[in-house]
Design a binder for this molecule. Structure first.
Ligand code: ZN
Length: 362
């Protein structure tokens, strides 16, 4: 099957020519032809709480199918369903409910955002479910389902022991919902942590005498900063600043909630009641509670701040895939799994291919 594109994004470069896909793999690039638009690697979203009316903390297999299909329409071909701080029973039940196979975008494992987070940086996470690091609880969670990434606060007592445990088992650790100083963050980075969750949001702020976790993460060339580029969580000028310092190591995430793709109204985020008004998601006390952002919108927003299209597409694909250390997602290369997004010059999605199958066509 030829995709009929004019170019493909391969290892960060736009390679002119068409792309061929057969048997679920990319079989050729740079083919002569007169196609239109760009083939980019399918997007990978590391933080999706819910989508299209589905809250993953309480979703069943049908919910995963519906959300997975809807995510595909936004260019996402792989994602981590994300569970915010919740009780042990809720988390283990949610982990067990992840279906081995679902329709649409591929589940690449679960993101546990908490419960080992700072009481000072809870954001919308429920205070009474927050826990100090507890190896036994961690093991119970890891046994319950396919945990791929854990967001934790490294300054908590015993947190570095959890970091060692997780990294030793090949699970990605991300620092977030944290009050860590730069020194505390660097201690975790020195231990092998390589990423932070929604930079600037729910973390100790950067100030001139206290660079904090934000300053530490931005300065380290070996750390990827995840960012919610929706125009609300980060001022566009801050996005430009982040990109100046960390170009090429920014991973776009949506932090989407069930309301994404639905419209204004009342929804749930785990045990938390949330409302959406004019596209902004808040708890009743006004605290931001995720987003209704889609990944293609995040790409467009990043481009609007002046980032070249190729780099913005990487921030939605190969960079987050690199955080996970997977080689069968987030890259468009001959011989690799064909998860591809076809975009026109206006960054509208024309087609999404997952595992070689075309699932969405404009
Ligand atoms: Zn969060």
């Amino acid at each position: 099957m030829r995709l009929g594109v004019g170019a493909a994004l391969i290892d960060g470069r736009l390679v002119p020519g068409d792309v061929a896909v057969d048997d679920g793999r990319v079989t050729a690039v740079g083919l002569a032809g007169s196609g239109m638009g760009i083939a980019a690697p399918g997007f990978v979203d590391l933080q999706v709480n819910g989508f299209a009316g589905v809250d993953f903390l309480s979703a069943d297999a049908a919910g995963y199918d519906a959300a997975g299909e809807a995510l595909l329409e936004t260019g996402v071909t792989g994602y981590l369903p994300t569970f915010i701080t919740s009780g042990e029973d809720e988390l283990t039940a949610a982990l067990r409910a992840i279906p081995p196979q679902a329709r649409g975008a591929r589940v690449l494992g679960a993101h546990l955002e908490g419960p080992f987070i700072s009481p000072h940086r809870l954001g919308t996470h429920p205070r009474d479910r927050r826990r100090d690091p507890d190896p036994e609880l961690l093991e119970a969670l890891l046994d319950a389902g396919p945990v791929r990434l854990v967001t934790l606060a490294p300054e908590l007592p015993g947190a570095l022991e959890l970091v060692d445990r997780l990294l030793g088992r090949g699970i990605v650790v991300s620092l977030g919902h944290s009050n860590a100083t730069a020194g505390e963050a660097n201690a975790a980075f020195d231990r092998g942590v390589r990423t932070v969750t929604h930079v600037f949001n729910a973390m100790r702020p950067l100030t001139h005498r206290d660079p904090g976790i934000v300053g530490a993460a931005l300065l380290r060339p070996d750390v990827v900063v995840q960012a919610i580029v929706d125009g609300i969580h980060l001022d566009p000028e801050i996005v430009r600043l982040v990109w100046k310092v960390a170009a090429g190591r920014v991973a776009l995430v949506t932090d989407a909630v069930a309301a994404a793709g639905q419209g204004d109204g009342d929804y749930r985020l785990g045990a938390v009641d949330i409302g959406v008004l004019n596209g902004v998601v808040r708890r009743s006390d006004g605290v931001l509670a995720g987003s209704v952002l889609t990944m293609i919108e995040a790409v467009r927003n990043l481009v609007e701040t002046g980032v070249p299209v190729e780099r913005a597409l990487e921030a939605a694909s190969s960079v987050p895939a690199g955080v996970l250390g997977v080689d069968d997602a987030g890259r468009l290369q001959v011989g690799r799994r064909a998860d591809v997004v076809v975009l026109d010059d206006g960054l509208e999605i024309r087609r999404v291919i997952v595992g070689g199958e075309t699932r969405v066509a404009a």
